[in-house]
Design a binder for this molecule. Structure first.
Ligand code: NAD
Length: 500
């Protein structure tokens, strides 16, 4: 059986823990590899390696760090197919979908290539007579990243390219369900010219995470994952004096106005609700139809499309959607669908019994579509993280706004309408971090930043783009006096530029 270890100080390292986790191929439902689960000593080794690499790497001019990023970008392009295959095989998503997600990670690397511009400071001449002020943004030290299973290449690349470009060194703890991509990314980073220790990967579970959170030499932690774990990581990391950003779970609503182009809406809902089997933090999981007539037209057009979804293994070129990640995820999804029926929602399309010839043990769940969902039901409140779309009938546009603003999550949302006034009003009033207007999955491009509101993000910074630069650096402001003969004597009171 294939074994996956750690990548520490430029090489693959077995570690000292003998605990192992199973890595599945979700399409066939079989364990394909075993991943080492790090103990505290393994994590400490990675942190020490990153600490040793920090002084030289942070002193490397930003333009030289950018050169490493340029090489890394080219290596990502050259190895895109392999990275997508690694992601798909362990996650289950289709190859085309995986390629798209690697490309979105690549875009963050492209932003990181411009780091000299992003780190450029401000300068104010003569804030007082003979006094100038400038600021710089300096690296924090060793940063760590804890990532989820659903984007094994993209989410790590939301983090370490930005952290490294800013001059930090990095310890990445990927999801134990699909760790191979991160191992390969670390190899490519080394090949691109990042000195050993600049990027380390430790595989593991809670034990490894707790070792990161309790280590005083880790200065900042980026987390992406579920809300319950994110809340724990945020509170523990902050209590231990670290800078923390925790991007968490979601329940993304799509508002369908009566004037929306229903064919466009249905195309959008198909991709956004069922793509990647709904295992995206930006997946649409609630459709809010304004008015019964809108809801009837939506369900009538959408239901046959959901029934016809092409489900298959990641390498089936016809597949629109693969399996979910493991049996536990499948059981959770099926359990919530059952609860939805019990609580009175109408299951219009039932994908629970899908069976694929040759893949009988795969973790497949067919597309499910609910109508008449109400806000007190579990399928409305909870993140299902599967191919299940809940339709809520809303009496008015204002009710739809209130509903979304009252929801605990605030990651993404979208409105479908032809009415510019409604769209503008929606974008302004909605309490959600990322908003789409006739765009179902409004994932910002790399030079904008990604992040939700409410229980979808704990911390002060979104991820990547300029928010990434701010998160991974400390601001320093330098005030200098070059008096050239000016002598003012001792100043006992506060002075300002205007009164000097
Ligand atoms: P998860 O919270 O189970 O795991 C995330 C990470 O936390 C993994 O590395 C895991 O090893 C670690 N972890 C798990 N249990 C832990 C514990 N008890 N203590 C400490 N660490 C622990 O999430 P997941 O199932 O891998 O990913 C799916 C979740 O991620 C969904 O909720 C999804 O919405 C969210 N997500 C959010 C975003 C975003 O940007 N907001 C992006 C992608 C995924």
């Amino acid at each position: 059986m294939r074994e996956i270890y750690h990548f520490i100080d430029g090489e693959v390292v077995k570690g000292t823990s003998d605990r192992r986790g199973d890595v599945y191929n979700p399409a066939i439902g079989e364990v394909e590899a075993q991943v080492a689960l790090a103990n505290q000593a393994d994590v400490r080794k990675a942190i020490e390696s990153s600490m040793a690499a920090f002084p030289a790497w942070s002193a490397t001019p930003p333009a030289k760090r950018a050169q490493v990023m340029f090489k890394f970008r080219q290596l990502l392009i050259d190895n895109l197919g392999e990275l997508a295959e690694l992601a798909s095989r362990e996650h289950g998503k289709t190859l085309e979908d995986a390629k798209g997600s690697v490309s979105r990670g690549l875009e963050v690397v492209e932003f990181a290539c411009g780091i000299p511009t992003a780190l450029k400071g401000d300068f104010s001449e003569s804030v007082a007579t003979g006094v100038d002020v400038h600021n710089t943004r300096q690296a924090l030290g060793v940063c760590a990243g804890i990532t989820p299973f659903n984007f094994p290449a993209m989410v790590p690349m939301w983090m370490f390219p930005m952290a490294l470009a800013c001059g930090n060194t990095f310890v990445l703890k990927p999801s134990e369900r699909d760790p191979s991509c991160s191992m390969r990314l670390a190899e490519l980073m080394l090949e691109a010219g990042a000195p050993k220790g600049v990027l380390n990967v430790v595989n593991g579970d809670k034990e490894a995470v707790d070792a990161i959170l309790s280590d005083p030499d880790v200065k900042a932690v980026s987390f992406v994952g579920s809300t319950a774990i994110g809340r724990y990581i945020y509170s523990t990391g902050c209590a231990n004096g670290k800078r923390v950003q925790a991007l968490c779970g979601a329940k993304n609503h799509m508002v369908i106005m009566p004037d929306a182009d229903m064919d466009q809406v249905v195309d959008a809902a198909m991709g956004a609700a069922y793509g990647s089997a709904g295992e995206r933090c930006m997946a649409i999981s609630v459709a809010v139809a304004v008015g019964d007539d809108t809801a009837d037209r939506f369900i009538e057009k959408l239901a046959p499309r959901v029934r016809d979804l092409k489900i298959g293994a990641y390498n089936d070129p016809e597949a629109e959607m693969g399996p979910v990640v493991n049996q536990q995820a499948k059981d959770k999804i099926l359990g919530l669908v059952e609860t939805g029926i019990e609580q009175g929602a109408k299951l219009v399309v039932d994908g629970r019994d899908v069976k694929l010839q040759g893949y009988e043990n795969g973790f497949f769940v067919g597309g499910c579509l609910f109508d008449n969902v109400t806000t007190d039901m579990d399928i409305y409140k909870e993140e299902i993280f599967g191919p299940v779309l809940a339709t809520v009938r809303s009496k008015s546009y204002d009710d739809a706004i209130t509903m979304i603003n009252d929801h605990a999550y605030g990651n993404g949302t979208a409105i479908f309408t032809r009415d510019g006034d409604a769209a503008r009003d929606f974008a302004k009033r909605i309490q959600v971090g990322m908003v789409g207007v006739n765009v179902p999955i409004p994932v910002p491009v790399a030079y904008h930043s990604f992040g939700g509101w409410k229980d979808s993000l704990f911390g002060d910074h979104s991820i990547h783009g300029m928010e990434g630069v701010r998160f991974y650096t400390k601001l320093k402001t330098i005030t200098s006096r070059w008096p050239s003969g000016i002598r003012e004597g001792a100043a006992f009171n506060f002075t300002s530029g205007s009164d000097v």
